[in-house]
Structures are given as structure tokens and as C-alpha cells.
Ligand binder design. Sequence first.
Ligand code: ATP
Length: 596
Amino acid sequence: MYHFDYREAPKGVKPTRGDFARIARYLLPAWRPSVLILGCILVTSLLGLIPPLLIREIIDRAIPQKDGALLTWHVAGMIAAPLISGLIGVWMNYLVTVMSQGVMFDLRDEMYGKLLRQSLRFFTNIKSGEILSRIQNDVGGVQGVVSGTLVSLATNSLVVVTTLVVLFRMDWRLSLIAVGVLPLFILPTRRVGQIRSRLSSQTQERLAEMTSTVQETLSVSGFLLARLFGAQAHEGNRFREKAGAVRELQIRQSMAGRWFLMWLLMFASIGPALIYLFGGYESIAGRITVGTIVAFVTYLGRLYGPASALVNVHVDIMSAVALFRRIFEYLDLPVEVADPKNPTRLPHPRGELRFEAVWMGYEEGRWTLEDVSFEALPGKMVALVGPSGAGKTTLTYLASRLYDPGRGRVTFDGVDLRALALDDLSRYTAKVTQETTLFHASVEENLRYAKPDATPAELERACRLAQIQDVIENLPQGLATVVGERGYKLSGGEKQRLAIARVVLRDPRLLILDEATSSLDSRSEALIQQALEPLLEGRTSLVIAHRLSTILRADMILVMERGRIVERGVHTELLARGGLYSRLYEQQFSGAAVST
Ligand code: ATP
């Protein structure tokens, strides 16, 4: 059995060729804009070479020769070069943004699709904030990788190369001095890179923790829990601790960068100083012109800036690889409950459910269901009873293939559920539980979720059968009233009836029902009972029974204890046997407990 641990963030990022190849595959579909972008970068880096040459001409020719026209033309050139380069930059920025947003769209789309196909196990094992953080922050970070890391890598490399070419052509000895200072930039890089990468992945983890704490606690259920248990101070401390960890890490991350920058700035000033020293002597000796020295030092600014940025790019690449790995980790999630390649079709489903020696465990080495076998014939009702934690809900999960059995098989009309298309399966089976989820949408849209092409007459019939028609008619905008998390608040009983209407529309062959244990008032209860009647009629049903009427009418009662079916039969037989069922009956179903 696969054991999931999604919280593990990749550590010790050591980019491999495989990483780069895969990242390139995502970026490559956008090769056309990439070529254009590279072209822009090349042109702007060449344009950047012009101003220092003009400066040299101004100092060495225009001023000594007192040539005003030459001076004006050169100055105009000095203004025009950055202007043109700026205009190209704007266009390039547009191309880069379009490209990176395209890549992000593809990644988000693929990731969301993959997450939709995950099993219930995945969602029960993961913090909801974590998913959000990967879709928002990690995929969001791709923009930075493309427009920041990749573009600056290309820009800086081209600027460094073109500048070096010009420098060596101007004066190779001064160039050697300029280049000699470069190792001072590169040597401390590795260490700082490691520190920053470690801090950055730690910060990501802590940020994700902080986000999920916020989501967990600042929601209706989280607030109620904290408020009713008087745990607000405790939650406050817990949050402070997490936010504090983020603060410490971000300060450290920022400082690691700053120290680095300080050294870079210091080394960057050594270069020009040395050029003035040696260049000055050379000029005194009449071997080079003043204009050359000034142009040389101006070029140095172009060399050291990009060279130091390149050093940082190396660090950024590691963060980018870590980022992509977190994204790929999600894209590579195994699909545990997968659609079959060639699904078996059932043109006329009868609704026969069968469990054949089924074993199932949530965790390795611990079975929650053990050797469960039974059948629910078409149109018959099977009731599940048993103490809390016996495995009743788990059994219903298997019937709707939310999990696959570890051993044995579950069949519908004799076909293994794993051979049925998931879409078909969800058309044949429906589940009504105590907890009803309504979307933030109109009543009608909520109903149509079950059958998008339902006619108004069908909608009305479903609502009438589910005893919810009167309530809907009295809503402010009738069927168009928005319900759900931020909408009109329906009562618990009304929500359940709406959910039942949804299932009526769906018209499944197998109904899985978890009877309410929570106490609704007796009128609400009676309405739900009435709503369920037409739904149960003529369908196979698997019911987690909490009501006397249900167990009395069930065609078969399965009594579960610690994952096994320990007794089975109809009410009278089981009662006569005097086993677990009769004890449960005494506790749960007889006398005053009937209405619960
Ligand atoms: P109740 O009547 O209280 O709802 P139940 O009979 O429906 O109980 P299940 O919900 O099926 O029982 O749970 C059976 C066992 O499986 C319990 O011991 C429970 O703790 C365990 N269990 C349920 N869900 C998970 C999960 N996602 N991961 C691990 N264990 C789980």
C-alpha cells in the first residue's frame, strides 16, 4: 500500500540534468517568443556598449578639437542608445510576461486536473493550506523564474561577454586587471548560495504552515472550536510561534544576501581604483588616452554589475529548481483511484452490489475492514449497524469507490468497480450523508449539479418529492436564491432535503445513506423521512441505520464490530439470537432512543 507523506519538502537541492530537461520541456512550447526575447536581449546589450565609446570620443576628440557639432552628435547618441534599448525593454517585458503566464496557466491547469483525480485518502492526509500554497505560491513563483532568473541569466551573460570582448580589444593589460578581480566575486558564492537555498526552502515550509494555521482557525468551524473551548489565547500563541519562525527565517535570509552584497560592493570598488592606478601611469607615459581610461571604468560598471548578478542567478537557479520540484511532486502524484483504460459499460444497470472477501486499511499493517462479504440485491435494503468505529462509513466509502479494497473486490452488477468508468459509477450510485455540501450558487445550480440538462418540470418534481418545494417557493428569489457558504442560510434539515432532491434528479440505482444521528426537531425529521421514501423506492440501498423504522424494514442487517461482519439477518432473527445486535438494539433503537 502506498504511504503518502506530502509535507516533505525537497531538501538539499542539487539540480540534475533531469530537472533542467523537464523544466525546459515546460518552457519549450514557448520557443518562438523565447527566440524573440533572446534577440531583444542581444540588441539591448549591444546598444549598452555604445555610450562608453561615445564618452571616449568626446574626451579624446570632441573636447580637445573643440568640435561642438561632434560633441552634440555624441551626446545625442548617448541619449538615443538607452532610449531605444528602453523601448525594446518594454516590448520584451510584454513577451516575457505573456510567456511566463502561459507556462503558469499550463502548470496550474495540469496540477488542478491531477488534484481533482486524487483519492479521498490524499485529501484526508493533507493540510488544505498546503494545496493552496502550491497552486498559488509555487506556481506563482514561476513568473519570477522566467522573468527574473532566466531573463537575467541571458541578459547578464550577454552583457558580460560583449563587454569583455570590447574591453580586451581596448587594452588587454587593463582588462586582465579587471578580470583578475572577478574571482573575488565568485569564490564566496557557493557558500552563500547553500545558505540562501536552505533558508529559502525552510521559509517556504514555515509560510505554508502559517497559511494552513490561518485557514484552519479562521474559518467558521475553526472559530467555533477555538471560541467554545476558550482556546483563543492558545491559538494566538500557536500562530505567534509560527509567524515568529517566519520572521526569524526571513531576517536571516535577507541578511545572508546583504553581507554578500556588501562584499560585492567592496570588491566592485577595488577594480576601478586599480584601473585608475595602472591606467593613470600608462597615460602619464603617454601610452593610452584619458578617454580610454574613463570609457574603461564605465565598462567596468557594466561588467561587475551583471557578473555579481550572475553569481546570484546561480543561487536563484537552485531556488527555481526547488520550486519546480515542488510543482512536479504534485504533477507526479500517483492516482490511487484511477479510471480504467477500457471501462466496462452497463447499458441497463440493475443495482446489485456485492462485497467479496474485502479487506481494507487506511494505514499499512492495520486493517479497518476484514473479510467483509455480503450482497445487496437490486431493490433491496441492507442496513449497517454497529458500535462507533466499527467500519460502517469505511464500508460505504468502498461501495462508492472512494477507496479501493486492499484485498478482495467490490462489484456492481457483477462488474468489479475498478473496471467501471468513475463517471458511470457516480451516475449509478449516490450518497446522502448528514453533512450536506452546497456550493455558493443558486438553488437551481446546486440542483443541476446532479443533472445539468434537467427540465424545469423535473426540477419541480424532484423538489416536491424531497419536500423542499414549499421552502424554495418562499425564498427571496425562489430557485435563483444563492445559497452556500456566503449565501442564504438554509437550515440543516432544509439543506438535507435539497441534497435529497439533488439525488432524486440523479436517479441512481444504488443509494448510500448515512442516517442522521444529530437531533433535528421531529417535524424536520418527519420531512426528511418523507423525502427519503420516494428515493428508497425501487432502488438498492445501503444504509448506516440509526432509526428503528429502517432496521425493521431492512431486507438484511449487517452487524459490524471492529471491521468484521459479526452477525447478519433480519431484525427478528438477530434479536432472537441475543448477541451484539440485541445489545445494540437495547442501547440504540428501543424505547426513547428511537427518535435519535
Ligand atoms: P461511526 O459510527 O462513529 O461513524 P464507523 O463505524 O462509521 O463509526 P469508520 O468511520 O468507518 O467507523 O471508521 C473505522 C475505523 O477507521 C476507525 O477506527 C477510524 O478511526 C478509522 N479511520 C477512519 N478514517 C480514517 C482515516 N482517514 N485514516 C485512518 N484511520 C481512519
